[in-house]
Design a binder for this molecule. Structure first.
Ligand SMILES: [Zn+2]
Ligand SMILES: [Zn+2]
Length: 400
């Protein structure tokens, strides 16, 4: 379980001192997790770790974000970026790790301790063997709230970036396996809230009411038909009702009920269809029950759809480092979202999945209190991100 072993293919990139520094950094971050936009200690530790590689500059952006510029060989060449996210989740850890969280109720349950360490590791590798152009190493706060990437973009810190790479640990894949394919790799995540307003009454006199509780029950069932009957069955989509609120007493029919949840899709047409059908069904069911429906939809991250050219650069990097066979197909689309999508709306790039399961380990979903990434995945992610930046930088400089 505690295997800070560098995969053979990467051994020359991580001599003992570098290896130990990265393991120590990751364990320190894991032990001291901080929530979105409160990553002060984390950011200070990362600034310190980055300063060792003597970057051109280290800038604090968006509060607890950091952008470090690593010098390329040609100052005029296009700039590329690698991104690691740094925030933790409000979860009580139960991994049993020696370096488990010391902050009650806060945990790196999504592997962002590893992602942050990857970015620092990539900075080391790029300082040692520079890309053609400069590389920006981006440490992003607040991925879990979906707000961090947008905050970084708003600072203008990435305005000159021509390609961006990021990745997520994934225990469905073994350490040394990398997913870097073109096409959808993460879903959109929009939220919805439907307020049904009717007319309250005594619980013993339902005929005098327009009952939003019965309306909400009918609505929850009817919403299930959207994915089942409106979305092409060959297209992934999710509509989950996750919150229902109504009423305060057992003998009072309330005035209103709230129904809320999440919408997921991997293409913009299906994303739009889910929202439009949600409104149509809500209005129709409300009318049938003498209620009015007010639907609000909060747009979250769009889907991540890796373009072919940038995905090919990432695959080339993984092949170069790990040999043929390391690159694996994603398989069934995993309908979670990533706010890396906001970068990809503006900057072409590739989002990867990096295998994080030990050879004898079990699959554990992110956001579980037991989630942890195999330590050896530290080296794979750092090396692949650095190499992807080099491949992209060279290709962009040559105009290929
Ligand atoms: Zn997460
Ligand atoms: Zn995550």
């Amino acid at each position: 379980m505690f295997d800070g072993i560098v995969p053979d293919a990467l051994a020359s990139l991580f001599p003992r001192q570098r290896r130990d520094a990265l393991i120590e950094l990751r364990r320190d971050l894991h032990q001291h997790p901080e929530l979105a936009f409160a990553e002060e200690r984390t950011a200070t530790a990362l600034e310190r770790a980055l300063s060792v590689v003597n970057p051109v500059s280290i800038k604090r952006v968006a509060g607890t974000g950091i952008v470090a510029r690593i010098r390329g060989r040609d100052p005029g060449a296009p700039v590329v970026a690698v991104r690691g996210d740094i925030d933790a989740l409000p979860i009580q850890e139960s991994t049993g790790l020696r370096y488990a969280s010391v902050h009650a109720g806060v945990m790196h349950a999504c592997g962002h301790d590893v992602h942050a360490t990857w970015a620092v590791g990539a900075a080391h590798l790029l300082a040692e063997r520079p890309a053609t152009g400069d590389v920006l190493v981006v440490l992003q706060p607040a991925e879990e709230t979906g707000a961090g990437a947008a905050a970084i973009i708003a600072t203008g810190a990435l305005d000159e970036v021509s390609a961006i790479f990021g990745a997520h640990v994934d225990r469905r894949f073994l350490v040394g396996e990398v997913v870097a394919q073109a096409g959808p790799i993460a879903a959109s995540a929009d939220t919805f809230e439907i307020e049904l307003v009717g007319r309250g009454a005594h619980g013993a006199r339902p005929h005098e009411s327009a009952d939003p509780v019965v309306g909400a029950a009918a609505l929850i069932s009817a919403l299930q038909t959207i994915v089942a009957r409106r979305v092409d069955p060959a297209t992934p989509a999710v509509l989950t009702v996750a919150t229902v609120h109504a009423g305060t007493a057992s003998n009072v029919i309330p005035d209103r009920a709230m129904v809320g949840g999440t919408l997921r899709a991997v293409d913009s047409e299906t994303r739009a269809l889910l929202a439009a059908e949600l409104r149509r069904v809500a209005d129709g069911i409300a009318a049938a029950h003498g209620l009015t429906a007010t639907v609000s939809i909060g747009l979250g991250p769009p889907p991540i759809v890796n373009p072919e050219r940038q995905a090919a650069w990432a695959r080339e990097a993984a092949d170069l480092l790990l040999g043929p066979g390391a690159v694996k197909p994603l398989g069934i689309t995993y309908m979670v979202a990533e706010d890396f999508a906001f970068y990809m709306e503006r900057i072409p790039g590739c989002f990867m999945r990096i295998g994080a399961r030990e050879p004898d380990g079990r699959v554990i979903a992110a956001h579980s209190p037991q989630f942890h990434a195999a330590e050896a995945s530290l080296f794979v992610g750092a090396a692949v991100l650095a190499e992807a930046a080099r491949v992209a930088s060279a290709a962009l400089a040559q105009g290929t």
